[in-house]
Design a protein around this ligand. Structure first.
Ligand SMILES: Nc1ncnc2c1ncn2[C@@H]1O[C@H](COP(=O)(O)OP(=O)(O)OP(=O)(O)O)[C@@H](O)[C@H]1O
Ligand SMILES: [Mg+2]
Length: 249
């Protein structure tokens, strides 16, 4: 189970998992399950099992339960939950289940209880080195120089850019790079994405974290107790120094 704010790469991680495992990915339409109810889900699970090995992907799992509660169809949602829990516990076939969602508090506690999903990961905002990797990955789609070991940006330039992109999601970084490339293309300039182009796009964007700080912090705080971080600690030269109120330590 992957939990975290929108645009941090959860859906991408599910797709990459399927590719790494070499399993086909079947994406469940949570809306159809919510409407079709437990009967629909049971039929779907039987069919999926027949196709094993397979990666079964529940995108936005929270929608399955929030939608039903709002429309007052508690019993339908309870039956779906029951079917899913029983299947998760009893299944013997090679079905690798990945579920993604934004808010853990929208889920019934039975689903996050130990033993249902093997692991619950919190996919949060990328660390400095991860931001560098994400920007490099997307920039290399447009600008060949980012494929080279020697980055087109100097260490000092990276420090400036990474400092300006704290709390930007992977999706926002991808979009920033894409817009910089598109602008160069429309100006009929060679697509060489430099610090200036990236900073212009960064300034033009208001990250989700800034727009919706309270909701994001609520997502983070709730996940902290139940999930483990998906990222490893940043020990690179770009990791921010730990600072205290009295200065650096
Ligand atoms: N960690 C990452 N590395 C590279 N690209 C990323 C990363 N995170 C996000 N992106 C880019 O942003 C796009 C959108 O990310 P994705 O759909 O996986 O986010 P999400 O966490 O599933 O969001 P939501 O909660 O809204 O469903 C990806 O297709 C990819 O281009
Ligand atoms: Mg997603």
């Amino acid at each position: 189970m992957l939990v975290g704010p929108p645009g941090t790469g959860k859906t991408l991680a599910a797709n990459v998992s399927a590719r790494e495992l070499g399993f086909p990915l079947v994406s469940v339409d949570t809306g159809a399950v919510a409407t079709g109810g437990a009967t629909y889900l049971k039929r779907l699970l039987t069919r999926v099992e027949a196709c094993a090995p397979i990666l079964l992907y529940f995108d936005e799992l929270d929608k399955l339960f929030t939608a039903n509660t709002i429309s007052g169809e508690e019993s339908g949602s309870q039956q779906i939950l029951g079917t899913l829990l029983t299947w998760l516990q009893d299944k013997r076939s090679a079905v690798f289940v990945v579920a993604t969602l934004n808010r853990l508090d929208a889920l019934p506690p039975e689903l996050t209880r130990v033993g249902r999903f093997d692991e619950i990961f919190y996919v949060g905002f990328p660390t400095a080195i991860e931001r560098k990797q994400i920007i490099t990955l997307h920039a290399s789609r447009f600008d060949q120089r980012y494929h080279c070991v020697d980055s087109p940006l100097s260490e000092a330039q990276w420090r400036i850019l990474l400092g300006k992109t704290v709390n930007c999601t992977g999706a926002e970084l991808a979009r920033m790079v894409e817009k910089a490339a598109r602008k160069l293309f429309h100006q009929s300039l060679p697509i060489q994405i430099g610090l200036h182009e990236l900073l212009v796009e960064r300034e033009a964007m208001v990250p989700l974290y800034v727009r919706d700080t309270d909701r994001i912090l609520a997502i983070e705080n709730r996940a902290r107790y139940v999930a483990q971080p998906a990222a490893i600690e940043d020990t690179s030269i770009y990791a921010p120094l730990i600072t205290t109120f009295w200065g650096e330590i």
